[in-house]
Design a protein around this ligand. Sequence first.
Ligand SMILES: C[C@@H]1N[C@@H](c2nc3ccccc3[nH]2)[C@H](O)[C@@H]1O
Length: 448
Amino acid sequence: TIALKHGAHRIGNRTDADMARWRSLRFGQFIHWGLYAIPAGEWNGKTYNGAAEWIRSWKEMPHEAYDQLYKQFNPVNFNPQQWAAQAKAMGAKYMIITTKHHDGFCLWPSKYSKYTIAASPWKKDLLGPMIDAYNKAGIDVHLYFSIIDWNHPDYRASLKNAADSAAGKRFQVFVKNQLAELLQRYPTVKGFWFDGTWDDSWKNDGAFSDELEQYLQSLHPGLVMGSRLRADEKGARHFDSNGRLMGDYEQGWERKLPATIADVHGNDWEAVMTVPENQWGYHAKWMGHVKTVNEILEMLVKSVSLNGNFVLNFGPKADGTYRTEEQQLAAGIGEWMKVNGVAVYDGAYAGFEKQDWGYYIRKAGTDSVYMVVFNIPVSGSLRVKLPARTALTGVTMLQGNTALTPEWVGRNEYFIHLQNRQTASPVVILLKTEKGENKDKGNVEKAK
Ligand SMILES: C[C@@H]1N[C@@H](c2nc3ccccc3[nH]2)[C@H](O)[C@@H]1O
């Protein structure tokens, strides 16, 4: 291995209570809200095909025009209690809010910047009421913070000369001050979700990102921060130059999921997902495929089955309301989670051989394994192959709490025959297992 001063400081996952809590929550809500919701992907009658929160970088959007938008930001319909109720009904257990996106506009009245909510017609802090409402609803809050800051005069994508380096130093002080300010103002937050850390100016100062992470941990012990914050002293990101994950979980799964358990290398990880193909901030015209409830449920279940967290993104409008599609999605997901969320919360990789019908999720640390079925075969027969020396002692369909009698094929293989092959939602079956050889305990029919 290469001697590193600013690489990973730990091999393996964190085992403390704060990280165990983050891991148990499994399902989060991302919220991208800011000035970009005003143009909403359109300008001068033209539609921006990129992600709405990137509209300032669009050649058709004059920077001066974008930079005046804060004078119009007045979310008169903002209702944080309603936002939190919607997230609670959906079954989200944590929420990540954009405190400041790449455009540099702060949703809180930061004393280190003039480009904040205090300068808008709304004037008042938006983060405090949101955090309070979500915490009251029993939902943890994490703060998204973009290092890239298109508004700040000292931001540099790369440091080309002494003047850039001096500006870069001033910018690092600014970042440190804003982050400390956020922790001081919102002491109940559980973590930071860093973004915009791919520019050379950041990538080439691994020492600063390392010191910053340690500084934030010292201010707020237990804080959960993903791998996207860090670079090591050789410019390696997420994984240091020895291939070891930096930060507390792998934070690279943006709009994509790992395929198999091998892809996650035993690390904690989290996927963040958009409802349309690629829109985080509010876009008036969603183009392309919009994910359905069942598609989102499959991504959530697949993530948990591979030991990860899944975060679904919402982009509120400039007035503080949600678009209909997102409201309907939240309600549909919540309906399924009400009955089946028990298979998601505290869920973990089961260690069973993957089958085509769907995913196994182990209730962490127990002998209970849930089958979440998305693809019922035409035969209606679900193959279950247990690990060696694991016996199946009980099978229960969650819906209706119905006991099922599996067919024992021999050794550690079974079939579960579903009577009803028609279902509009994923079917959840609870398997009770125990160590030991499978033998005919009379709870199974012999193979015909
Ligand atoms: C969580 C997501 N990360 C930001 C982002 N900017 C990118 C630029 C290039 C490639 C990927 C990006 N993701 C998106 O704007 C959103 O905030």
